[in-house]
Design a protein around this ligand. Sequence first.
Ligand code: FAD
Length: 298
Amino acid sequence: VVSVNVGLVGKTIKRWGTEEQREEWIPKLGSGEALGCYALTEPDSGSDPASLTTRAERDGDDWLISGSKIFITLGTWAKVALVFARTGGEGARGITCFLVPTDSEGFEARPIKGKLGLRAQDTGELFLERVRVPDSARLGAEGDGFKVAMSALDNGRISLAAGCVGIARGCLDASVAYAKERTQFGQPIARFQLVQELIADIGVELEAARLLTWRAGALADAGDRHTLESSVAKYYASEVSVRAANAAVQVHGGYGYVDEYPVGKYLRDARVTTLYEGTSQVQKLIIGRALTGESAFA
Ligand SMILES: Cc1cc2nc3c(=O)[nH]c(=O)nc-3n(C[C@H](O)[C@H](O)[C@H](O)COP(=O)(O)OP(=O)(O)OC[C@H]3O[C@@H](n4cnc5c(N)ncnc54)[C@H](O)[C@@H]3O)c2cc1C
């Protein structure tokens, strides 16, 4: 909730918004009076958001937005949606971002049920049918929507990585506590070297993920460019959170597979982190592009 509301939405309005847009939304998002969602993904455009098809057409001084979005975190709870829509031709340069109040006529949000994890959090599908917004709802210049979307992800990926560090920390704490309390072969399982190996790997990777996250955060705080560092932190921390949760279930044996201990939930919740805000494959393409100067995106 915090990662999307603050990392993806609030900071993006702060960076790209007009004075009026900032005054209208940032205090509400910061206090929790309103939540914001980030509506980029569509049924046919996930890893390739430059191919999105939601359209915004000029109508006098207004815009009419039509299309649909899927897998939108806070989709049915949000009061405002950052909606990315095509206002020009094909590709990244034809996209514009709009701040759309979710109580607008023609805007419908439906919850998505049956998720593997993040069950306490809202994920929704959005349907926009000729939703009318004034030109003052445009966030950034016409055609700058893709830049707005990517700059939001530069920040969102840091908060996401921080959340992954938290999951890994939870896995470490739960595993250490359980390994000390559970006895087999007449001694705490914490004494077995193979159990210590599971715990040591969680501990080492957790620290590395934390440092990468801090580095990206420090660059962002200093106002320096951090696209590469955010991607590195997100990629590494998300993969670590999945490995840590998997190892934590292993430390707990059969008890890790049932709800009595939290580690099963950590595994379900961690699993999505290598998917959203760019899959691990997409992060590797971003990192590879930065390191080689060659883009492997189509
Ligand atoms: C719980 C949840 C919350 C989400 N929240 C939001 C949100 O708030 N806002 C939002 O806009 N979106 C959100 N998403 C969407 C998420 O960002 C997308 O699911 C993700 O970007 C992947 O897109 P896709 O699901 O269409 O998969 P696809 O793009 O179809 O990818 C399928 C597979 O192909 C791989 N692949 C694709 N292209 C390449 C390539 N060029 N090279 C190598 N491999 C490739 C992918 O890595 C993946 O393994 C959320 C998703 C989930 C599950």
